[in-house]
Write a protein that binds this ligand. Structure first.
Ligand code: ZN
Length: 150
């Protein structure tokens, strides 16, 4: 299985080095901040919602490789998805990093997120990997939409 963990490692390192959807989103209508004091990871999440659909998503922040790669892969996973679909992915991801679920890159719900399966052995790292997802949940639950006059 060591080839597989090398591949997983490579995906995480790649997303840490070149995070996707990184930067502020000018037309965001939802925002949330995430902070993981155990490790010092911080992130700001931006969502552009079109009704119940996540039309666009981006993040900014600083933290360890796991937190950054997780935020990057999370934005790729939920962009274009409905709130309900994102919730399903969130639940599967949570099971992956905290439970006994074993997934691979062919997992139809998780896809590349399967690379985080290994963090369950490191409780501190579970918080790093989950930060972006908890921040997404907060942003989706929040009603801090930019007020509209029309
Ligand atoms: Zn961290």
């Amino acid at each position: 299985m060591s080839d597989l963990s090398d591949l997983y490692q490579e995906v995480i390192l790649d997303h840490n080095r070149r995070p996707r959807n990184f930067g502020a989103l000018a037309d965001a209508n939802r925002r949330a901040q995430g902070h993981n004091p155990l490790c010092g990871d911080r992130l700001q999440l931006y969502l552009k919602m079109d009704g119940e659909r996540i039309e666009n998503v981006s993040f900014e922040g600083s933290g360890c490789a796991i937190s950054k790669a997780s935020a990057s892969l999370m934005t790729e996973a939920v962009r274009g998805k409905s709130v309900a679909e994102a919730g399903v992915i969130f639940d599967r991801f949570h099971e992956l990093v905290t439970g006994d679920r074993v997934a691979d890159l062919d997992d139809e719900v998780l896809g590349k997120l399967a690379v985080f399966g290994g963090v369950r052995e490191f409780p501190v790292r579970v918080k790093c990997a989950s930060l972006a997802w908890h921040t997404l949940k907060a942003a989706l639950a929040a009603s801090n939409e930019v007020a509209k006059t029309e």
